[in-house]
Design a protein around this ligand. Sequence first.
Ligand SMILES: NC(=O)C1=CN([C@@H]2O[C@H](COP(=O)(O)OP(=O)(O)OC[C@H]3O[C@@H](n4cnc5c(N)ncnc54)[C@H](O)[C@@H]3O)[C@@H](O)[C@H]2O)C=CC1
Ligand SMILES: O=C(CO)COP(=O)(O)O
Length: 326
Amino acid sequence: MRIGVIGGGAWGTALAQVAARGGSEEVLLWAREAQVVESVNLRHRNDLFLPQVPLSPSIRATRELGDLADMQALLVVAPAQHVRAVLSETPVGDTPLVLCAKGIEAGTKLLVGEVAHQVAPRAPLAVLSGPTFAHEVAAGKPTAVTLACEDEGLRTRLAERLAGPAFRTYGSGDLVGAEIGGAVKNVLAIACGVVEGAGLGLNARAALIARGFAEMTRFGLARGAQAETLTGLSGLGDLVLTCSSTNSRNFSLGLGLGQGKQAAALMADRKTVAEGAFTAPVLREAARDAGIDMPVTRAVNDLLEGAPVARVIEELLSRPLREELQ
Ligand SMILES: NC(=O)C1=CN([C@@H]2O[C@H](COP(=O)(O)OP(=O)(O)OC[C@H]3O[C@@H](n4cnc5c(N)ncnc54)[C@H](O)[C@@H]3O)[C@@H](O)[C@H]2O)C=CC1
Ligand SMILES: O=C(CO)COP(=O)(O)O
C-alpha cells in the first residue's frame, strides 16, 4: 500500500517515519513549507518541526498536492482548522483517508471526519488517534493507538501496513468516539497546564483529569461515541498523556496562562499548533447548543479570552455541589 502523508508538521513527519518501516517502504510527504521539503529530501530531517530525529531516506517530500494522486492511502495530518482547505486541493477520489488531526472545525462545529466526508464523499474514512508524542514515535519508542474504521477489511489492511514492533494499533469501528477523545483532551490539557502554572497541586490536577473526562464522556455520548472508546487510548489514554507533560503544546500553553501570561502573547510567535486553543470556543458553543454542562471547557475559554486566573479558579470551585454521576 503506497502511503502519502498530508502535513509536514511534527506528527505528519513522525507518521511518515512509521509508514517508511525503517526505509523499506517509500512514503510521500506533502509539506506546506519549502524548508521542510528541502530538509527532508536533502538531509533526511525535518529541520522546522521535528529537528531532533533522523528520518528514513525512503521518505520523499513534495509541495505539490497533485503528486499524491497515485497513493493507495492518505494520512491527513494538517491541523484541524486547515483540513478542509488542504483536502479541497488534493486529488482524493476514492483513496482511503486516515484522519490524524485532533480538533473540531470552527464555524461548522464538524469533526474532521465530517469535514473530510463533505470534501471527499467517495473516500472511505479511518481515524488514527491516541497518546502519541511525535518525537517519541519518530524515535521508535513503544506507542499504542486506536485505529478506527467501519470497514473491517480496510481496517485490517491499514493496521497491517502501519503497525510495527513499537507501534501497536488497536482496531475499533467507532470513528466519532476516536475523534472526540483527541479533540476534547486538547482543551483539557490546557486546563491541566493552568493548574501546574498556578501551582494548584497534584490533587487538583487529578481532580481535573477525572472531571474533565466526565465532560469528554458527556459530550462524546451526546455525539454518538461509544463509552468504551472514550475510556480507551484515544480518549482517557491521550488525556492522561497530555495532562502530565510539558512536552504537550496544549499543556504548555495552559502553563503560561496559569502563570498569568496572556493567550495572545503566548500564541504570537509560535510556529507549532496548540489545537486546544482553536477547539475550545467551538467546543463550548457545541456543548451550549446541546445543553451539555462543560465547566472546565468554559473556564479554559475564559482564560483564553483574558480573564484573570484567580477569578476563573474561584468561579470553578464555587459552583454548587453536585452528584458525581450526574
Ligand atoms: N505533534 C504531536 O505530537 C501530535 C499532533 N497531533 C495532531 O496532528 C495535527 C498536526 O499537528 P503537528 O504535526 O504537531 O503540527 P506542528 O505544530 O508540528 O506544525 C504545524 C503544522 O501546521 C501546518 N500549517 C500551518 N498553517 C497552515 C495552513 N494555513 N494550511 C495548512 N497547514 C498549515 C504547518 O504546515 C505544519 O504542518 C494536529 O491536529 C495535532 O493535534 C496528533 C498527535 C500527536
Ligand atoms: O496529541 C498529542 C499527543 O497525543 C500531542 O499533544 P499536544 O498537541 O498538546 O502537543
